[in-house]
Design a protein around this ligand. Structure first.
Ligand code: NAG
Ligand code: NAG
Ligand code: NAG
Ligand code: NAG
Ligand code: NAG
Ligand code: NAG
Ligand code: NAG
Ligand code: NAG
Ligand code: NAG
Length: 444
């Protein structure tokens, strides 16, 4: 009976995790909360290092505290609004996009770096000259995610701030923006001052004041339409379930038919313009398609093949990543040719994971027409109560590409095992939940 109740408890756990997942999914678009990365955020730390009579030294650090979302080229653009007539006298490790009107600073031989009321700061490129750099800067605005490359998730720049009216005290600016679509930033919050070690950790110094600004991502705010979709197939059924029609869009205006070369392509390359989004035409119109194939079933293991297709004609994805939720991930035994890291936001559930490419091998998902795909196979161990692929069990419940949710086919279209009707699905599911409830009462 104990053994029996234990497995009942486990099934109850699974049903609950499924239910909570659906509840989380239904709230996620409105507030940007991501159930796979519930604490994910970008934190901007503003350290007032020194307040001199006429200038202040400030060090700004940007941390990408997100497990899988990274910041790609063209990169971050940090903006804020000064409260007084402050100006950035000089800056290292980044630069302001506009110098602005500095005519109020008369007499000095060096004009300030930026006199805008709302400065916009961008990262320097890696090839910037040595005397403009700081440590941890100059990556062209790119920030990697914490899991994928923990050594490159931060950016730091320093600046000297002055004002015409030097008698004014330093006032923390407000209204921060991050310049990447989908992110919104809160107001600065004063936190305990940062401490810096010197003399090999024997002495500590601290900032005069430290503020944190938190920026959060919401897929809903980034784009009203999805960016990827999922198609499914299995060895036990010849049907390939395609991506749902119009998953990402229905309009054929910005797509290129197969075999056709877009006329703008050559001009774009010649004139060095901003490259437009052009995808290959399809019924789903998604730039990314992910195919999940249940390839084989062995006695103790089963094998899945996952393929990511880039349907963009002019876009490569560097540092791409894929997140998936599947109840059998806790028994994942081997992943071939991708990196894998379990994501366990709720500790014990262990049903979600993140995949990404191996550096210099397949970490770049090339554009269509240039080997525009990457793929992996994985082995998962079957347990005693392995449900034998019933009711699409072998397929993931959720898939994300670069942290954005992909459109899945409806469960009643999943490839079915021979001799099992799909019609009884809902009835058998509700029967399952009912019997679990009854058993729970018996067991506890
Ligand atoms: C931002 O992320 C960090 C690191 O995960 C976490 O400690 C912090 O609480 C998060 N901040 C917010 C406001 O969620
Ligand atoms: C620049 O600012 C000064 C005052 O600070 C103002 O008189 C002048 O008109 C401004 N110039 C432009 C081009 O806006
Ligand atoms: C400088 O600040 C003082 C006191 O805050 C104020 O009275 C004065 O008008 C300011 N001068 C300018 C040029 O803004
Ligand atoms: C932020 O913007 C709002 C509205 O644009 C403005 O009222 C407020 O003064 C600004 N706050 C700061 C600190 O600049
Ligand atoms: C402020 O940000 C820093 C660095 O991101 C972090 O270590 C610190 O815990 C944050 N403080 C608060 C109170 O969120
Ligand atoms: C994508 O990468 C391929 C191979 O490195 C290159 O030929 C192509 O120009 C790149 N495309 C873009 C848009 O940068
Ligand atoms: C399950 O989670 C634990 C820790 O949370 C991790 O060490 C382990 O590798 C995970 N197992 C699998 C197969 O993902
Ligand atoms: C995972 O493996 C464990 C131990 O091998 C087994 O008891 C469990 O049933 C397996 N889970 C699934 C979903 O197959
Ligand atoms: C394969 O799956 C499809 C889609 O669910 C289903 O309509 C079909 O009957 C299945 N074929 C077999 C041989 O079971």
């Amino acid at each position: 009976m104990t053994q029996f109740c234990f497995s009942v408890q486990r099934s109850v756990d699974m049903v609950f995790s499924l239910i909570s997942f659906f509840i989380l999914i239904s709230v996620s678009p409105s507030n940007g909360y991501d159930p796979l990365d519930p604490h994910g955020n970008i934190t901007i730390k503003w350290d007032l290092l020194q307040s001199n009579p006429d200038t202040s030294d400030v060090r700004v650090s940007i941390f990408n505290f997100q497990l899988y979302r990274h910041i790609e080229r063209p990169g971050w653009q940090l903006g804020w609004e000064w409260q007084g007539d402050e100006a950035i006298m000089s800056m290292l490790g980044a630069e302001a996009t506009e110098q602005g009107n500095c005519s109020r600073f008369k007499g000095g031989e060096n004009l300030p770096h930026c006199c805008e009321k709302k400065p916009m700061i961008i990262d320097l490129l890696p090839e910037a000259s040595f005397n403009m750099k700081t440590s941890n800067c100059c990556k062209g605005g790119v920030l990697s995610s914490m899991v994928q490359d923990p050594s490159n998730y931060a950016a730091i720049f320093v600046m000297k701030i002055g004002a015409v009216n030097s008698s004014d005290q330093f006032k923390m600016p407000g209204n921060f923006s991050f310049g990447v679509s989908g992110y919104t930033c809160g107001q600065p919050v004063r936190v305990p001052p940062s401490r810096y070690s010197s003399d090999s950790g024997r002495r500590w110094t601290q900032a005069v004041g430290t503020w944190n600004i938190t920026c959060m991502y919401s897929q809903f705010m980034a784009s009203s339409s999805p960016k990827c979709c999922v198609s499914l197939s299995a060895f036990y059924n010849t049907t390939i379930v395609p991506c749902p029609k119009c998953s990402c869009s229905c309009h054929a205006s910005k797509c290129v038919m197969f075999g056709e070369t877009p006329p703008v392509l050559q001009e774009m390359r010649d004139s060095n313009q901003q490259i437009p989004t052009l995808i290959r035409c399809s019924s789903h119109m998604c730039p990314i398609r992910i195919h999940w194939h249940i390839k084989q079933s062995y006695k103790q293991y089963w094998r899945v093949k996952v393929t990511l297709n880039n349907r963009n004609i002019l876009k490569n994805y560097s540092q791409w990543n894929l997140e998936a939720v599947h109840p059998n991930f806790k028994n994942l035994t081997q992943v071939f040719s991708f990196n894998y890291e379990p994501l366990n936001p709720y500790g014990h559930i262990n049903d979600s994971g993140m995949f990404w490419g191996i550096r210099y091998y397949n970490d770049m998902l090339l554009q269509e027409g240039e080997n525009g795909y990457v793929q992996t196979e994985m082995l998962m161990r079957k347990g005693e109560n392995f449900p034998n692929f019933r009711q699409g069990w072998g397929f993931p419940t959720r898939v994300l590409f670069n942290g954005d949710e992909c459109v899945m086919p409806l469960p009643d279209q999943y490839p079915t095992l021979p001799n099992t009707g799909g019609n009884g699905l809902i009835i058998s599911l509700s029967l399952l939940v009912l019997s679990l409830l009854v058993l729970t009462i018996v067991c506890f």
